[in-house]
Every structure is written in structure tokens, then in C-alpha cells.
Write a protein that binds this ligand. Sequence first.
Ligand code: MG
Ligand code: ZN
Length: 219
Amino acid sequence: MKVTLRTDVLTNNDKAAEFNRDLFQKMKVMVVNLMSSPGAGKTTLLEETVRALAEKYRIAVIEGDLATERDANRIRAMGAKAVQINTHGGCHLDARMVAAALAELDLEVIDLLFIENVGNLVCPSGYDLGQNHKVAVLSIPEGNDKIPKYPQMFMRTELVLLNKIDLLPFLDFSVEEARKDLGEINPASSLLPLSARTKEGLDEWFSWIEGAFQKCLQL
Ligand code: MG
Ligand code: ZN
């Protein structure tokens, strides 16, 4: 299906988000906006997600980075369709960029679309992309201060994937403290400890995707 963009979609973020959301719903695509600081492991997590779920779901990824095609190439190497957006200095994705990237995807043959946002804990959370779910990744080396220091990110995400738990023995990070901090900022959200490297906890992430996708189909 060819996507044609109206002028208001190209100039207004909320209009573009609405356009994306309508399109995703019409095409029965579940969309996850994945956000984190740089280096938290979003791409590695997506590689493992594609590896585990590609037989069951048709998966595509939109990659947001300031520069390079590196992350899209990593996803393509796993056998999934990937579109790279380069923001050329821009520190977040907006719905217009996503709408433009959709021209390169055939949503009719996609079940799950992951949008890997630009690594940044500040403004990505403020831009609606038209996604079904906002998910944050936080990693053990970043320390316990991130949740209380960046509340806008964590109050807008329904799930926080706590990555790199294989490093817990070497670093002073308290999972319980993170759970408590998140509970205070956003009681409706869940914290899911995992390691994309050792695969510990990944099955729970996959179950979450599965449950969310089933709900999405019922809409
Ligand atoms: Mg990445
Ligand atoms: Zn920004």
C-alpha cells in the first residue's frame, strides 16, 4: 500500500501522530516506541526479539539515530525489514519522520513494528509517534538515579525493561530501589529485569509482546 502524506501531517506533530495511529490500527500493526539513553541496549534487545519472534510474527524496525545506518544493518542481518532515519543532530524522533519512513514499509505484511528512538532520556518521551505502547529501557551501568532524575520519561512509559542484569554482581545497582522509585513515579508501570546478552528474562518480554499484540488485534 502506498502512503500519501497530507500537508498538515508534514507540518504538525499531533496531526502526524494521529495519521500514524489510524494507519497502524487500520493495518493491524502493533507499534512499540522504544526509548532509552544511548548504550542501554535497545538494538541488542531488538536483535534478540527478532531472532526469537520472527517465525511467529512479521517484524519491522524503524531505527532513529543522528548518523549512520549501523543499527538498521544489525536488524537486517537478523532477517527483519529495517528503515533507518538519520536526524542529523536532532535528539528525538517525531511523528512526521515516522510518517515519512512508513513510505518505505508495506504495513500490510507487518504485525509488529518497533521504533527505536534516538538514545536520549529527555525529549523522546514528549513526542507522540502514534505508537500503541511506550517502553523504556534502563540498564544496570546507568545507576539508580535515572528513574528519579528523568521522571517525564518514566511516568510516560508503561513498561521499563531493566537490561544488563548480568552485570549486577559487579556494580552497585539495587533492583528493589529501582522498583520502588518507579512505583512512586508511575504506579501503573512494570519493571522487567532482563539481559539481552545472556537472554535471562527475555521470555517475559516476549510474553508481554504476545499479550499486547492479542489485545491490539481486538481493537
Ligand atoms: Mg541503537
Ligand atoms: Zn530532542
